[in-house]
Ligand binder design. Structure first.
Ligand code: DAH
Length: 232
């Protein structure tokens, strides 16, 4: 909750509005409208809990992007925090976790706008010394897609156990909204463009506070919870 509030404060100061989507989604909003049709191999990237052939527990807050674009015209600048669900469980994966999605759509939005905004974001989240690095990646709903690394806030980039000696830590996925996604939401990709990003909130909390097991967030051990009351 503290990390979520901090993320909301940072993005609200950049002019983002909050849009909260539903936890039960249709296959259309969670996948198809995000350029991931039936039988698309990228569906295997997420282990989905289906409730019926049509309904599912959303696997990503990206589902909210489409609802927003159906309701609003550019300029769009929204932030969508919420719970997501995947059939996956170990020290760094939980069947229920939280993401925060960002979406910006307007005229002349470029990858530079995305990187500039991310730079400001990580400086506000960690410290002024932290830098970002974009690595090419793949998500069906963005083109180009990037994975965003931050320079390690523990060792300053020299290499330590937190960054596994690389000096960099992966923090989120992002990219330029795919023209097919804009089209499916009723926009003309010749007239507008946008960027999107999705960040795992537990992941941010784990990096920031050095938490090693995601399950600690949900087991309600008072000794664990008490260590955070001093940050309020
Ligand atoms: N939805 C992706 C996931 O859950 C994260 C993500 C990647 C969101 C790229 C985005 C994006 O909006 O542009 O793994």
């Amino acid at each position: 909750t503290q990390v979520k509030n901090q993320l909301i404060d940072i993005f609200a100061s950049m002019g983002f509005e909050i849009f909260e989507g539903a936890e039960i989604e249709t296959d259309y909003y969670n996948f198809t409208a995000l350029n991931t049709p039936q039988d698309h191999p990228a569906r295997d990237m997420q282990d989905t809990f289906y409730l019926s052939p049509e309904f599912l527990l959303r696997t990503q807050t990206s589902a909210g992007q489409i609802h927003v674009m159906e309701k609003k015209q550019p300029p769009i600048k929204i932030l969508s925090p919420g719970k997501v669900f995947r059939s996956d469980s170990d020290a760094t994966h939980s069947p229920m976790f939280s993401q925060m999605e960002g979406l910006v759509v307007d005229q002349h939005i470029t990858l530079c706008d995305l990187q500039g905004m991310l730079d400001q974001f990580v400086k506000a989240l960690f410290s002024d010394e932290v830098k970002t690095r974009l690595r090419p990646s793949y998500f069906p709903f963005t083109e180009p897609s990037v994975e965003v690394d931050v320079s390690c806030h523990v060792c300053g980039g020299k290499g330590c156990s937190v960054c596994k000696g690389t000096g960099w830590i992966e923090i989120l996925g992002a990219g330029m909204v795919h023209p097919n996604v804009l089209r499916m939401a009723g926009f003309d990709p010749e007239k507008c463009s946008g960027f999107a990003f999705g960040v795992g909130m537990e992941r941010v909390a784990m990096l920031k506070y050095g938490i090693r097991d995601i399950r600690d967030f949900y087991t309600n051990d008072v000794r664990f919870l008490k260590t955070f009351s001093r940050f309020e």
